[in-house]
Design a protein around this ligand. Structure first.
Ligand SMILES: [Zn+2]
Length: 212
């Protein structure tokens, strides 16, 4: 009996260790060196018109990065899509990942609309390292594929259900959706075509460390 109990403890410890390792928030480039970055909050080119991060590096939980790597590596294999050639394949580019909670308070002060900016009181999944804002880019040219709107477009045109768009733009949005959901196992958010979360992310701890 005692040996079973010891075995149980060992297994439980391994599981907890694995869980906490996946929750750890680290720079994405550490695990996906060739991921594309277009970190708008590290510039003034965002809805706040302020530079909110002091460094040009995106962080995310290891569990989310592992999923994102599957998506990025699968996109690299796509050399043609919807009648267009992509000789070096496609890739994921990131607008935002982990976001310190202090930044969430500032954003909500500027734009207090919880459809687009989560209430900092309960916190955003971005504050937990479990949400990522992404698009697809052409590795040969570095250009983003045409998508329905700019990042952080606060209007119905940003929704997955918005369909008054040219066919090629719907095809690009659908490719991102299918790759993130079917390959990465991410959960989409209907109001924003760029925002994806990992399952169970609301149980991750709220964080407020500054990226350095
Ligand atoms: Zn987001």
């Amino acid at each position: 009996m005692k040996i079973f109990f010891t075995l149980f403890l060992a297994l439980a410890f391994t599981f907890l260790k694995a869980q906490s390792a996946l929750d750890e928030v680290v720079p994405i480039k550490q695990l996906i060196p060739d991921i594309g970055l277009d970190l708008r909050y590290s510039t003034v080119n965002n809805f706040t018109n302020q530079k909110l991060y002091s460094i040009d590096e995106a962080y995310l939980s290891i569990g989310a990065i592992n999923r994102l790597k599957l998506v990025h590596d699968s996109l690299k294999q796509i050399k043609q899509y919807n009648g267009i050639d992509y000789p070096k394949g496609l890739g994921i580019k990131i607008f935002d990942g982990y976001r310190p909670r202090a930044v969430q308070y500032l954003m909500f002060e500027i734009f207090p609309n919880p459809t687009y900016v989560a209430d900092p009181g309960s916190g955003s999944i971005h504050n937990r390292g479990g949400a990522v804002d992404v698009s697809i880019y052409d590795i040969s040219t570095g250009n983003e594929l045409l998508m329905p709107t700019e990042f952080d477009w606060f209007g119905p045109e940003a929704s997955h259900s918005y369909s008054n768009l040219p066919q090629n733009i719907i095809a690009n949005r659908t490719l991102l959706y299918n790759m993130m959901v079917d390959v990465g196992g991410f959960v989409p958010y209907d109001a924003e075509w760029w925002h994806y979360t990992i399952p169970g992310a609301s149980s991750l701890p709220l964080l407020d460390f500054q990226m350095k």
